[in-house]
Design a protein around this ligand. Structure first.
Ligand code: BGC
Length: 433
């Protein structure tokens, strides 16, 4: 279950020199991220049971070499080589691989998962807490709860507009319990930080109309706010617009209760403030407008937003970082994923262009706008199993030859570029707009 987030370069704050706009602050953490299922392999070794991903891909085989995570990049055995590419490590607790045994009990819609997750977290704190100082409870709940609403990825449960909200509710409670566990029993001795990683596109208004501005905010509340508002806002609980729209639609559908469960006031107070930082995964920007789309019931229909098109625009990243900082003041932001997918090749200048744009936008958000971003880990260290796309989709700084018996790793030109940026801790002037 554990995923690896690799920190290549971290220098302690010295606090003196005024940062140039193209430089990362002295204490800024830089690295590359990976996920257990996507690289480790060894799906049934050393007593490991079947996860929902193992179960799903064993029963829905994909075409192509090594397209399940059974072997993947074999990092379970080749970890020394992989760590050699790097200088230090941190860890995510849950990157979408629930034990299948727990899925047989219903998985995340079942609130029993809270207790199981807390016991799992306790084992991690006990065994790794002396070395791991940055903990992420969940990676991208907005993505994995969606597979309780639709088929296509594990656990492929078709309960649209219900399974996803029930799962959301459980995940938020589990996150809060784990943060409190750490805070009460481990923080004093282990001195680390616990957060949750939320994914969100730019979600910019398609036009400058008031309606589209409202649609943009609604889209952000339905995607990120539904998790972030209970945890990071001053008042806690689900965002008002989410509560109101799901309640109204549920009533119109003739249901005796809302499809979105409610927190008690005690739970609201317990969940609010239960994080030390905001983890953020961001890849691109969608342009949104107001309107009804999606099946009924569904989160998409509840949100009343139509997504027009998607682009990798760095300004969308800067704008989003500013929105998050305004919405949830006082919390440092750790960008835990950002990267480009292409179809392969070591001369990946398109990936370098992407990083130039997005690292530039990040540096402007930090050094010009004052957004408190404290770290950045790129997705991803090496080509891996990209879920239902198998090994065809390439996100890596390192190429993995999936047809070679050794699964040979070779640096791409983007690895050299990232090494240069991380080593100098700045985006070279010539790339900076
Ligand atoms: C996920 C990764 C995935 C990446 C690229 C992220 O949303 O956390 O597991 O490989 O996107 O699609």
């Amino acid at each position: 279950m554990l995923s690896l987030v690799v920190v290549l370069s971290a220098v302690l704050a010295t606090g003196s020199a005024q940062a140039a706009t193209n430089r990362f602050p002295d204490s800024f953490l830089l690295g590359a991220a990976t996920a257990a299922y996507q690289i480790e392999g060894a799906w049934n070794e050393d007593g490991k049971g079947e996860s929902i991903q193992d179960h799903f891909y064993h029963n829905h085989p994909l075409l192509g070499l090594n397209s399940t995570g059974d072997v993947a990049c074999d990092s379970y055995h080749k970890y020394k080589e992989d760590v050699q590419m790097l200088k230090g490590i941190n860890v995510t607790m849950y990157h979408w691989d629930l034990p299948q045994a727990l899925q047989y009990l219903g998985g995340w819609p079942n609130e029993l998962m809270v207790d199981y997750f807390v016991e799992y977290a306790r084992i991690l704190f006990e065994n790794f807490g002396d070395r791991v100082k940055w903990w992420i409870t969940f990676n991208e709940p907005a993505v994995f709860v969606n597979w309780y609403a639709a088929i296509g990825m594990a656990p492929s449960q078709n309960a649209s507009g219900i399974g996803d909200y029930l799962s959301t509710h459980t995940v938020i409670k589990a996150h809060a319990r784990v943060w409190h566990l750490y805070d009460e029993q481990y923080r004093a001795t282990q001195n680390g930080s616990v957060g949750i990683t939320l994914n969100i596109e730019g979600l910019e208004p398609a036009t400058n109309s008031t309606e589209d501005a409202e649609a943009s905010d609604r889209a952000r509340q339905f995607q990120m706010g539904i998790y972030a508002h209970p945890i990071y806002s001053a008042e806690g609980d689900y965002p008002a617009v989410v509560r109101q729209r799901v309640d109204a639609n549920s009533a119109a559908e003739g249901r005796p209760r809302s499809r979105l469960p409610s927190f008690t006031q005690e739970e609201v107070d317990y969940i609010r403030g239960s994080a030390d930082f905001i983890g953020l995964n961001h890849y691109s920007t969608d342009f949104v407008t107001s309107g009804g789309t999606g099946i009924s019931p569904s989160k998409t229909r509840d949100s009343g937003v139509i997504t027009s098109y998607n682009e990798a625009v760095p300004w969308g990243f800067r704008s989003l970082l500013n929105w998050i900082a305004n919405e949830y003041p006082g919390y440092p932001i750790f960008v835990t994923e950002n990267g480009l997918r292409n179809s392969g090749g070591r001369n990946d200048t398109d990936r370098i262009d992407y990083y130039i744009g997005f690292l530039g936008a990040l540096l402007e958000a930090v050094n010009v706008d004052g957004v408190p971003v404290i770290g950045y880990t790129t997705w991803t260290l090496m080509d891996n199993v990209e879920w239902s796309l198998g090994t065809r989709a390439k996100f890596g700084l390192y190429e993995v030859d999936f047809s070679s018996p050794n699964l040979t790793r070779t640096p791409k030109v983007s690895a050299g570029f990232i090494a240069e940026v991380y080593g100098s801790r700045e985006l070279p002037e010539q790339y900076f707009r």
